[in-house]
Design a protein around this ligand. Sequence first.
Ligand code: PBG
Length: 328
Amino acid sequence: MAFPQTRLRRLRRTGALRDLVRETELAPHHLVQPLFVALTQDAPREPIAAMPGVDRLSISAAAEEARALQERGIPGVLLFGLPADKDEEGSGAWDDEGVVQLATRAIKDACPDLLVIADVCLCEYTSHGHCGLLREGANGLVVDNDATLELLSRTAVSQAIAGADMVAPSDMMDGRVGHMRSELDDHGLTDTAIVAYSAKMASAFYGPFREAADSAPAFGDRRSYQMDGANPDEAVREALLDRDEGADVVMVKPALPYLDIVRRVKDATRMPVAAYNVSGEYAMLKAAAAAGYLDERAAALEALTAIRRAGADIVITYHAKDAAGWLR
Ligand code: PBG
């Protein structure tokens, strides 16, 4: 049955027909909004230069923002914290009165049904900006994998006790998911889910985030622990390992330059997959839209749909709030 019997344009004729046969759905309930919460500022909101529309929030502004997101049908937020002080170990991360713990309690008070996902990493809390503890190696300082596990798990337990529904380790240490799962369970936190940043690439697209979270490494880079973006097989191994260690959701990050990896991870794990549409992806689109080079709304919805089509169940995006408004 070739042309003229088969005409694919028949089902593209009207909006109703296109809706009827659309293969990929994008709705507010697929989206998670990252929030930056800071103990470093007096103002309720401070703009982030490279991320127009995204602010660093005080604790009470974060609770207010959470309410607005819930009203738009966004199911959850991903919390990043800027502590008042940093140190070598990153002790602000597991402080029970730390910024993410305070924000979690404030958000849960304001909207108990909104899911709080707490990012677990040390880079926002360490004076050197690396994601783990440093030790002297043969060729200078290195991030000590095994010594870091204890601190990450302590952070996750503290966040879970504060009320986080899910903890999301973004550090890329080996073995952290299994370590964290046992520590959570030992503390009776068996219902706290783990969203593992499984295939997190050493990426140039995190630039604006590092300004927002004040988390750029003071020396070197993160290539000795984050993945080489050229390695799809390794990405699948990371995800399968995290699954075996007890992850509830696996993540690929960034999203748009790695859609093939989102698909491979989905097919290999058959687990809920999250994709993180990161700060640089957001900044690119915002800059092009501000210059009048493309239509922000249409481009953002197309990109988010593409991430869903690639196999992401959950899309973490700075566009969540706006997209939820557009999708209404
Ligand atoms: C912390 C972390 C980073 C991001 C999320 N968690 C930055 C990094 O690894 O340097 C990036 C998110 C974004 O760019 O939006 N390890």
